[in-house]
Design a protein around this ligand. Structure first.
Ligand SMILES: Cc1cc2nc3c(=O)[nH]c(=O)nc-3n(C[C@H](O)[C@H](O)[C@H](O)COP(=O)(O)O)c2cc1C
Length: 473
């Protein structure tokens, strides 16, 4: 792992497809498949006719064939559903998911990793978000069954993951403390016994390496201090210039004239402190150039994590016309990326690319009816009558208010679930996409001949590694 100078970032939803991850791994970087929303992805891809038969091929290798067959019988549609037809709803998870949903989460996660690993022996990583806690024990079980080599994970404090990896690897029972608002101690624990669920002794599995994604040297230090030696194989240090969600600034409530949160001196990472932890690290966030890769290495990093440069390549899962338009705007120097403090229901800042026809456009946003089917970002809370229910500030206003929340909280919130599925071409009809990018897309000028040309993931890797190769000569 320490020879891999580049980590291709995990990008959800379905931007880091298994096919992008595989291309990257075969090209000599750590390929990462996004495992976020796996159950919805598999169900929607099967309903789209599973072009090329790849997912049915992966499911044919799933060790528990009755589960795979049930999924195919329920979701596969030969030739795909009709244009204009909505996808069948996959039930949203709760603290006691149905056995159908558990089977789907495990098998879908297995299929994503299996496809990324098919036909080569290079390492593959899978990416999840700490903010989406409930499915983690099921997702990771599926990913480990498919032999995943690394788990990269941020968007929260991921201290529980090493124990989950150890439990699954030893054929045990992983558990997870889920944050539940209003609960006595703020959490509820869920667990999953794969052996009893699948009705046979679960095999011992390889324990993947764990690469937490953190934004501060403080958090890296806390994690390295709290976890036993060998729990963490490396850190990804993600700066606020990165695509997707960003950590909020330490000093809250300060915004620029455009309403973007301002990051200050307190947010600067002390790389010396990271280096002193003695754990390998990669730096992510507008580092996608050979010069910045060299700079990262001079700071003591093994290399960089890059996302946007791969998201805009022909190998990503981004819907091709959207990818083309971002590349065109980026090449012309006209792409506007905002750090939107309100967009994400998680409350974390989220980078939004301004592209007409998407949710960045206020007319499109205002015209959209608030509803969400994947419901992946809902969070549980305990009601006064002791029932555990879920809420999300991007849900319909009356639902949110009925759950005792302030209506002001929903202002500017965007449904990332629906918007991100649409940006991968897997949205319901009429659902507008939302696009996220890192702050800097200067790499496009090095990879494209004109505003309409494109490039592959292998071109991106060759560009990033060019100076390194020359200096190695
Ligand atoms: C389209 C897109 C989606 C992303 N989604 C995720 C995600 O689901 N999980 C995650 O950990 N990081 C996510 N990221 C961050 C990337 O993995 C990576 O760390 C980041 O993009 C690095 O900065 P760069 O884009 O400037 O290279 C996303 C980035 C992009 C551009």
């Amino acid at each position: 792992m320490n020879h891999l100078k580049i980590v291709q970032g995990g990008m959800g939803v379905y931007i880091s497809t298994p096919f992008l991850a595989k291309k990257c791994s075969q090209g000599g970087v750590l390929g990462t498949v996004s495992g976020v929303g796996a159950e919805h992805l598999l169900a929607r891809i099967l309903q789209s006719g599973d072009p090329g038969g790849q997912y049915r091929h992966a499911l044919a290798h799933f060790p528990f064939q009755e589960v795979a067959e049930r999924i195919i019988a329920k979701y596969f549609v030969e030739g795909g559903i009709l244009v204009g037809q909505r996808f069948k709803v996959v039930p949203a998870f709760n603290l006691q998911p149905s056995s159908d949903l558990i089977g789907l989460m495990v098998a879908a996660s297995y299929a994503l990793v299996w496809l990324a690993k098919e036909g080569h022996t290079r390492p593959i990583s899978v990416n999840y978000l700490e903010k989406i806690q409930i499915p983690l024990i099921y997702y990771i079980t599926g990913a480990m069954l498919a032999g995943v080599d690394f788990v990269t994970m941020g968007a929260g404090i991921t201290l529980q993951i090493p124990k989950v990896l150890d439990a699954i690897a030893s054929g045990g029972v992983p558990s997870y403390c889920i944050s539940v608002g209003g609960s006595r101690d703020g959490t509820e624990t869920i667990s999953f016994n794969p052996s009893s669920f699948f009705g046979m002794k679960f095999p011992e599995l390889k324990r993947p390496g764990f690469l937490p994604i953190v934004s501060t040297d403080t958090l890296a230090g806390i994690m390295a201090g709290k976890l036993s030696r060998g729990s963490i194989q490396g850190f990804v240090i993600e700066l606020p210039t990165a695509g997707g969600h960003n950590a909020p600034p330490r000093k809250k409530g300060i915004f620029d004239a455009d309403g973007q949160p301002i990051y200050g001196q307190k947010d600067e990472v002390n790389f010396e402190k990271i280096r002193d932890l003695g754990v390998p690290f990669w730096i992510g966030g507008s580092y996608a150039s050979p010069e910045l890769l060299a700079q990262a290495r001079a700071l003591g990093a093994v290399g960089i994590q890059a996302g946007s440069i791969f998201a805009l390549s022909e190998d990503s899962g981004m819907e091709p016309s959207l990818r083309r338009e971002i590349r065109r705007l980026g090449y012309r120097g006209e792409l506007v990326i905002r750090t939107d403090a309100q967009a994400s229901p998680t409350g974390f800042p989220f980078k939004v690319a301004s592209v007409s026809g998407t949710l960045s456009d206020s007319m499109v946003y205002d015209a959209r009816m608030r509803k969400c089917e994947p419901s992946m970002l809902r969070v549980p809370y305990r009601r006064e009558d002791d029932a555990i229910v879920f809420r999300c500030p991007s849900e319909p206003a009356h639902d949110y208010e009925r759950k005792g929340r302030k209506i002001q909280d929903i202002d500017g919130r965007k449904c990332l679930c629906c918007g991100l599925f649409a940006s991968a071409g897997l949205g319901n009809p009429g659902e507008p996409p939302i696009l996220t990018m890192g702050d800097d897309v200067n790499f496009l000028r090095h990879l494209m001949e004109n505003e309409n040309s494109s490039y592959r993931a292998t071109d991106a890797i060759a560009y990033l590694l060019q100076k390194q190769k020359q200096s190695a000569l």
